[in-house]
Write a protein that binds this ligand. Structure first.
Ligand code: PEP
Ligand code: MG
Length: 567
């Protein structure tokens, strides 16, 4: 068999077959003599800038129609970069010295990109955005076509990396999938690919670079691999796995335990798509997408409209859980001026930032949420706080909710008190899950961060990716502890980390006692189907053995063959 398998990280549980098409960001610049007429070069630069601005405005419109307003907002940020005063000054200074416009752009942007890259992982996406804008300007200046239109049908778009806007600009109707050398499952570009339903595998490594243009490949987003020259059997198996019709009704395990299967979304448009895939509500609405890629935060009315619109996609028996703003760590927001160190993974992020530094944003968001909670259209609303480590943070949150409610009452504004929950993403929260559960209605385990903090391995650090695995016994035991203590404190316990969306892990997670699983919309049909197959007694037995396991390999072995008594 000639097929060759390149392992990476599956971003979307979908498969696609097509021909490798290298997304070539390289642009040939003419040589620079350094004696150009500044007036002419200035004109060329300004013309290029207008062309790019018009193209960005058009793409924004297309993406807003195709995916949603929030995802389209990345183009607004790009349009702002186009007129960034610092970069513009640097371009002007170079042009004034006689430098050709394309070289002035290239050098000025290189300096900006370097500044962002030096700021550590958290700002890396910003650097990608800046690269994106630079390449568009350079193409306009040297007269090259933008790549978007020239991508052939059924291409597997292959690249070193893809920026969020490059990803959002791809046409899911025409292309077969995405494969990239770098990247992780939780990066913004990956989350966009998932919401577009594009088969995608990222973080494949340098081996991908050796695959020539035109080679037929299978992008197996399901198992996280690109198969080069796949045989017919591999393609058929992949296709068969993919076609799973949605199950709209609620599901129970084979022995009758009801399990909620909800969706992780970043916008109201995604909530609507998730409802069509059979989601029983939203288990995690990541509101940071409403705040990113724009010059200022959304006001109370805009937020309330987004939350109510997500609620309207579901039934009254469902719940939409909105997470309060979770920025810092690897989630930057330019206008908040976050410091990569102070607001990094170990700094003031999530609820810490909301309580300590941005009480104004927190109160506005809570006000929008309490007002949305009073809406009688669609699902009920619940609020969840990220990055909790102490009971005091929960108490301060509850006090703020009360204060916001009192203010709304004073002003005669209709509102309601939503259910309140806590994300368990830190070892401290897992250890005091009973204390937290006593104070709130539910807990939801965020394994993306929990795995990072338990294993002391950043999710965006390539050299420690193997450690950032929620199946390590340390993480499995933290999940077990959270569920047991959460139930003891009378709260229901769900999971909204990426781990919840993997059907291979469903028996383990249900055996650990989770009441709800929340995952991206594309994962929901298969997750519901898998829940129906689980026997809770067998699942509990499997979970018990996973809790006793000493190594990741032992947990993996159990999952591959749960009946093996030698485990
Ligand atoms: C998590 O940490 O598991 C989670 C769901 O939150 P996010 O990925 O948005 O940090
Ligand atoms: Mg998190």
């Amino acid at each position: 068999m000639s097929e060759d398998r390149l392992d990476g990280i599956g971003v979307t549980p979908m498969n696609g077959v097509g021909s490798v098409w290298w997304f070539d960001a390289g642009i040939d610049l003419p040589s620079d003599t350094g004696d150009r007429d500044p007036g002419e070069e200035r004109e060329r630069y300004e013309a290029a800038r207008s062309t790019v601005d018009a193209a960005l405005a058009q793409e924004r419109k297309t993406v807003a129609e195709r995916i949603g307003e929030e995802e389209a907002a990345v183009f607004d940020a790009h349009r702002q970069f186009l007129t960034d005063p610092e970069i513009e000054d640097e371009i002007e200074a170079r042009i004034a010295e006689g430098t050709a416009a394309e070289h002035a752009v290239n050098e000025a942007y290189a300096a900006g990109i370097e500044r962002l890259e030096d700021m550590e992982g958290m700002m890396a996406e910003r650097a990608d955005d800046l690269r994106d804008v630079r390449d568009r300007l350079l193409r306009a200046l040297v007269g090259e076509q933008d790549d978007g239109e020239s991508i052939p049908d059924d291409a597997v778009v292959t690249a070193e990396r893809l920026t969020p806007s490059e990803t959002a600009g791809l046409d899911p109707e025409r292309i077969a999938g995405i494969a990239t050398v770098t990247g992780g499952a939780t990066a913004h570009a990956a989350i966009i690919a998932r919401s577009m339903g594009l088969p995608a595998v990222v973080g494949i490594g340098e081996e991908l670079s050796a695959v020539e243009a035109g080679t037929r490949v299978l992008v197996d987003g399901d198992s996280g691999a690109v198969v080069v020259d796949p045989d017919r059997g591999a393609v058929e198996r992949a296709k068969a796995r993919e076609t799973v019709p949605p199950i709209i009704d609620r599901v129970e395990t084979a022995d009758g335990t009801g399990i909620e299967v909800a969706a992780n979304v970043g916008s109201a448009a995604e909530a609507e798509a998730a409802a069509a895939q059979g989601a029983d509500g939203v288990g995690l609405f990541r509101t940071e997408f409403l705040f990113q890629d724009r010059p200022a935060p959304p006001d109370e009315d805009e937020q309330r409209a987004a939350y109510e619109s997500a609620m309207a996609s579901f039934d009254p028996a469902d719940r939409v859980i909105v997470r309060t703003l979770d920025v810092g760590g690897d989630k930057p927001i330019p206008y908040l001026d976050l410091d990569p160190e102070e607001n990094g993974f170990m700094g003031a992020r999530g609820i810490r930032l909301s309580l300590q530094e941005h009480a104004d944003l927190f109160e506005t968001q809570l006000s929008a949420l309490l007002r949305a909670a009073a809406s009688d259209e669609g699902a009920s609303l619940a609020v969840m706080v990220p990055m909790v480590t102490t009971a005091e943070e929960v108490e301060a949150t509850l006090d703020t909710v009360e204060a916001v409610a009192a203010d709304l009452s004073d002003r005669g504004v209709a509102h309601d008190r939503p259910e309140i929950g806590v994300m368990v993403e830190t070892p401290a929260a897992a250890d005091i899950a009973d204390v937290l559960a006593d104070r709130v209605d539910f807990l939801s385990i965020g394994t993306n961060d929990l795995a990072g903090y338990v294993m002391a391995a950043r999710r965006d650090a390539e050299r420690v990716t193997a450690l950032h695995d929620p199946l390590h016994p340390g993480v499995v035991r933290a999940i077990d502890r959270t569920v047991r203590l959460g139930h003891a404190g009378d709260a229901w316990v769900g999971m909204c980390g990426e781990m919840a969306g993997d059907p291979r892990l469903t028996p383990l997670l249900l055996g650990l006692g989770l009441d709800e699983l929340s995952a991206s919309a594309v994962s929901i049909p298969r997750l519901k189907r898998r829940v129906r197959e689980v026997d809770t007694r067998e699942a509990r037995d499997l979970a018990g053995r996973a809790i006793d396991a000493g190594t990741l390999a032992e947990v993996e072995k159990l999952l591959d063959d749960p009946s093996d008594p030698t485990d």
